[in-house]
Design a protein around this ligand. Structure first.
Ligand code: GLU
Ligand code: MG
Length: 453
């Protein structure tokens, strides 16, 4: 059988790709977005017209290698092998096809960046996570994960004094205050429906601490799916707001004097159907030990923006110290008690936000945990107090992006896992962001983060 429009032989496509073609036609989809997350943490992509979809499902869409050297201000960095010469393809994973409820006529697929011959590109972030998952599987484990995102709902308005646009929150409701359900109700219902339609299972929703701040959590999933879900989530939070003439921002700290937006990372490790964190203390402790040992470096990937380090302050429930503790909400790693009879224990990594590239972030977390398991790293004492009440006793997390990048450069395990091309590009992009915001005022930093995240 041959596709009517393109002449592509359909039997060359696998079953998932053929289903995408059928669905796109049936659902009246005109543009199919091929999405990826870049080193800045920005979600980018190109869209294929339906008439070209059969061919593009296998060939991907052509793309310059240089885009992975772009920072969040669209300033291209000099990175070897990421200049004007060279080509990759944005190749969609057909199993992730989903019509976008907030953008009628459009659908999306999460994509890999591949070499023109179809082999994985050394700087593809989604491949980084896939490889980490494979390494974990080789040790006999799988990882379930969920991002627990917070965001600020408001309107993007010009600054009366001529400065950059500001985010003006939709309400001043208090933390968990029931009036906040009503002020954000129309948006929240549209958001829940849009997420559920895309196959993301909504768990809980509440008006959070800061003005306009919302928290809506999604059920855990296998690691790759969890990262894919977080890309779809970020797109949906912003897309639904835009269609309602609002602006939603998942930036870590869109309002400098208010609560930050985290995306705490919930993790549980499984061996077949057994939750290892519930049944094997040695492995659990090793995993926690690995997270803590690599935490200064990890934050360069899990909180990889200049704005993100404003969030990691004491008494903000966002964590500022590299410690762990049972249900300790000021610890970087909270050991969560199980919820309900069928509940399972899991770890919650608090220094994690939605400005991170979720594939790099989760992949790096896996490498850190694996290192801890392999080396049986001791996590030390569980901390059962607010660590900030014991001055000088516990190690602080990095206080700036540059400090975190210094730790990353010194972390052999993570540098090795990233590989030469990815790490040189990541460091160049992130160092350039640190330099670009240094010396600029706060409103400039807030604007540029709420604009893209
Ligand atoms: N807003 C806090 C953060 O930035 C998290 C508050 C909480 O949910 O415990 O991480
Ligand atoms: Mg919260």
């Amino acid at each position: 059988m041959t596709d009517r429009l393109t002449g592509t032989r359909l039997h060359q496509l696998d079953a998932a790709a053929r289903r995408v073609l059928e669905r796109a036609e049936l659902e009246g989809i005109e543009l199919i977005r091929f999405l990826y997350a870049d080193h800045a943490g920005v979600i980018r992509g190109k869209a294929a017209a339906r008439s070209r979809l059969a061919e593009r499902l296998s060939s991907g869409i052509g793309h310059t290698v240089a885009m992975m050297a772009m920072n969040m201000l669209d300033q291209l960095q000099e990175v070897e092998h990421m200049g004007p010469v060279g080509e990759v393809r944005i190749v969609p994973d057909a199993t992730t096809y989903v019509p976008l409820p907030y953008a009628p006529g459009a659908a999306a697929m999460l994509s890999d960046l591949r070499m023109p011959d179809g082999s994985p590109w050394a700087a593809c972030p989604r491949t980084f996570l896939k490889d980490a998952v494979a390494e974990l599987r080789a040790e006999g484990y799988t990882l379930e994960a969920a991002f627990e995102p917070e965001f600020t709902l408001g309107r993007r308005l010009p600054d009366p004094s001529g400065g950059p646009d500001r985010l003006v929150p939709i309400d001043d409701s208090l933390c968990y205050a029931a009036i906040g359900f009503d002020t954000a109700h129309d948006y929240a219902i549209k958001l829940v429906r849009a997420l559920e339609t895309q196959g993301l299972r909504v768990e809980h929703y509440h008006p959070e601490l800061g003005p306009g701040q919302q928290e809506l959590s999604i059920r855990h999933a296998p690691a790759l799916r969890a990262a894919d879900n977080h890309v779809l989530y970020r797109e949906t939070v912003r897309g639904v707001a835009l269609r309602m003439q609002m602006w939603a921002s998942l930036a870590p700290k869109p309002l400098a004097d208010q609560a930050g937006n985290g995306a705490h990372l919930h993790l549980s490790l499984w061996s077949d159907t057994r939750n290892v964190f519930a049944s094997d203390n040695e492995v659990r402790d090793g995993f926690i030990g690995g997270l803590l040992a690599h935490l200064p470096a990890l934050t360069a990937l899990t909180c990889g923006s200049v704005n993100g380090f404003r969030r990691l302050a004491p008494r903000m429930w966002a964590s500022a110290y590299a410690v762990y503790g049972p249900d300790n909400r000021e610890a970087a790693v909270r050991v969560c008690s199980p919820l309900g009879e069928s509940g399972e224990p899991n770890l919650e990594l608090k220094p994690s936000d939605s400005a991170a590239n979720p594939y790099l972030s989760l992949g790096a977390v896996i490498h850190a945990g694996l290192d801890g398991i392999r080396r049986k790293l001791d996590p030390g004492e569980a901390v059962e107090v607010d660590p900030d009440t014991r001055p000088g006793r516990y190690p602080r997390l990095p206080s700036s992006l540059d400090e975190a990048l210094d730790a990353l450069e010194a972390d052999e395990v993570l540098m090795e896992a990233l590989g030469p091309l990815r790490r040189s590009a990541y460091l160049a992009v992130k160092r350039s962001e640190a330099a670009a915001f240094a010396g600029k005022d706060t409103s400039y930093e807030l604007f540029h983060h709420l604009r893209v995240f």
